[in-house]
Structures are given as C-alpha cells and as structure tokens.
Design a protein around this ligand. Structure first.
Ligand SMILES: C[S@@+](CC[C@H](N)C(=O)[O-])C[C@H]1O[C@@H](n2cnc3c(N)ncnc32)[C@H](O)[C@@H]1O
Length: 210
C-alpha cells in the first residue's frame, strides 16, 4: 500500500476485487463489520469479530504449541477482546482459561484497566506463577510506560505476545490507520530485545514467547 493518501488505480482494482470475493464468501459478515470499523472509526465490535475469525482461521494452528506443553496450569489472556487466542490455547493445552479486558462489553471474566495502578494491583492479585500469560494486539494500544510496568509484573511468567508485523509488506497501512487512535509501535522491538523473549513469525503477525 502506498504512503500517499490517494490510492493508485492498481490498489483500488485489487481492493475492489478482494471485496467482491469477500461479498460472495461465507466471511462477508466479518468483512462487512471490519469495513465499518475501518471506514467509520474505531468501532471495536467490527474489529473484534474480524480479528477473532482471522486468528482462529489463520493464526492459531501456526503457534508453536510444543513450547508450553506440560508446564502450564492456566491460560490468562490480557486485552482478550473476544478471546480467540486464550480460548484456543487453553483448549489445546487442556487447562482453565481466564480473560481480562478493560471493556466490560467484551464480557471478560475480569474487568480491569492495565493502565491504572488499581488495574495492575488487581492483576497481581489474580496472577498465578504457573499461568501462561497471552496477549494479542494489546501492547500497541497501551502507553509505553504502562507496558514496562506490566512487563515487570509478568517477569516470572511464561508469555506469548502477538503483534502485527509493522515492518512487513502490509505494515505501513496498519500503522497509518491505528496511529490515528494513538497507537504506538516504536518500542515493541526494544521490549522484545530487553525482556529475553524468543521470536516466531506467522505473517503478517509476529509472535514473541518465553
Ligand atoms: C486490538 S484489540 C485486540 C483484542 C483481541 N486480543 C484480539 O486479538 O482480537 C485490543 C484489546 O485490548 C483491550 N485493552 C486496550 N487497552 C487496555 C488496557 N489498558 N487494559 C485492559 N485491556 C485493554 C481492548 O479493550 C481490546 O479488547
């Protein structure tokens, strides 16, 4: 996608072609909601239903499961949204699932805001040493200072973090769109390097784990 605001004819032709394909596929509902999210502002329901379908369909099976087998007593998901990642992992690992989100309309098990001290304290109270803590598309939504606080709290836990690969082929349009809402990406690689995480890629997402 070009960085100019005007799309080239080739880009519009590709977009029209892909939307036509989506309109006759079984995914038309999630694609329609995603279009509303993208064109009319950050409508979370549209984003979350698409993200859940995308994650379940394309990402879940590509995660290196073997890394956690036998060493996890529960999957704790932060910024869970509709919880496709945590639910999928807990089913695969046959362990309980606990979800956390700041939006009560997402119906998480526990509502808390990770960008407040009250939220961090609540997280400390529920966090278990044997929890596998997972997050998908959460960290870029948070202020870098609160991400560092969160990483300190989670320093003893096993982690799985998924974020969109902003340096990949489609990263530019993702950064442009999400930056409108204050999202922040520059520090994510630094975080990976300083927190002893290993990397894997499920293009266009990248994952980090410990
Ligand atoms: C981009 S959505 C991703 C949702 C889901 N993980 C997925 O992959 O579909 C980010 C989620 O993080 C939640 N979130 C954002 N900031 C948060 C915060 N400070 N504390 C807790 N949850 C937060 C939002 O409510 C939203 O559900």
């Amino acid at each position: 996608m070009s960085s100019q605001t005007t799309l080239t004819k080739q880009e519009v032709d590709l977009l029209y072609h892909l939307l036509r394909k989506a309109a006759v596929s079984s995914e038309r509902d999630v694609i329609g909601k995603l279009a509303k999210h993208l064109l009319q502002g950050p409508w979370y329901k549209g984003l979350l239903s698409f993200s859940s379908w995308y994650g379940r369909t394309y990402l879940l099976e590509r995660i290196p499961w073997h890394v956690w087998e036998g060493e996890v007593s529960r999957v704790l998901e932060l910024g869970a949204g509709y919880g496709w990642l945590g639910k999928g992992l807990s089913k695969k690992l046959k362990v309980p699932y606990l979800s956390v989100d700041k939006r009560k309309e997402n119906k998480p098990h526990i509502v808390l805001d990770l960008e407040t001290w009250a939220g961090i304290e609540k997280l400390c109270a529920i966090l278990g040493r044997e929890d596998l803590v997972v997050m998908s598309d959460l960290l870029h939504c948070m202020e870098p200072g609160w991400v560092l606080e969160l990483m300190d709290v989670l320093s003893e836990n096993r982690l799985l973090i998924l974020e969109y690969d902003v340096q990949g082929e489609y990263g530019e349009s993702f950064v442009q769109q999400t930056s409108q809402y204050g999202c922040n990406f520059g520090y994510l690689d630094v975080l990976k390097k300083t927190k002893g995480l290993s990397t894997f890629y499920i293009y266009p997402y990248k994952g980090w784990y410990r």
